[in-house]
Design a protein around this ligand. Structure first.
Ligand SMILES: *[C@@H]1O[C@H](CO)[C@@H](O)[C@H](O)[C@H]1NC(C)=O
Ligand SMILES: *[C@@H]1O[C@H](CO)[C@@H](O)[C@H](O)[C@H]1NC(C)=O
Length: 116
């Protein structure tokens, strides 16, 4: 194997490893959302009565639902917006970027514009 081959495959191996680790992080982030959804489903599953379900979904009558959404579901979704959807290849070159949630909004808006 020539030096040139090592140099050309080296960064690719790093990139593969980086993508693999990024994949694990995204998987972890998705599992966290899934766990939050499971907790919320279990909360509503505690009764079959539609009126009781309404009560279970009203945060002023059932503070548990507010806690589940605000402290479990929202942070996991925010983590995905901030870390899970960034451009990992660009990050490898440019480094960490701030304000990831906002970038997701920007990218989505751009996609929306190019459709028209
Ligand atoms: C939630 O419960 C409060 C207090 O009982 C009530 O005033 C409110 O109308 C309920 N909200 C909904 C959407 O049912
Ligand atoms: C990200 O930055 C934009 C403008 O640079 C700002 O308007 C927005 O509120 C920021 N978003 C977050 C989540 O910090």
């Amino acid at each position: 194997m020539s030096i040139l081959t090592i140099l050309s495959t080296g960064p690719n191996i790093l990139l593969l490893l980086y993508n693999f680790l990024s994949g694990l992080i995204i998987l972890g982030l998705l599992r966290a959302v899934s766990r939050a959804v499971d907790l919320i489903m279990a909360h509503f599953g505690s009764s079959r009565d539609p009126e009781e379900k309404m009560r279970l979904g009203n945060s002023s009558r059932s503070p548990t639902i507010a806690g589940l959404v605000l402290e479990h579901l929202c942070p996991t979704i925010q983590n995905i917006l901030e870390d899970g959807l960034r451009d990992h290849k660009l990050d490898l070159i440019i480094g960490q970027r701030r304000n990831h949630s906002w970038r997701v909004v920007e990218v989505s808006t751009r996609i929306g514009i190019t459709k028209f």
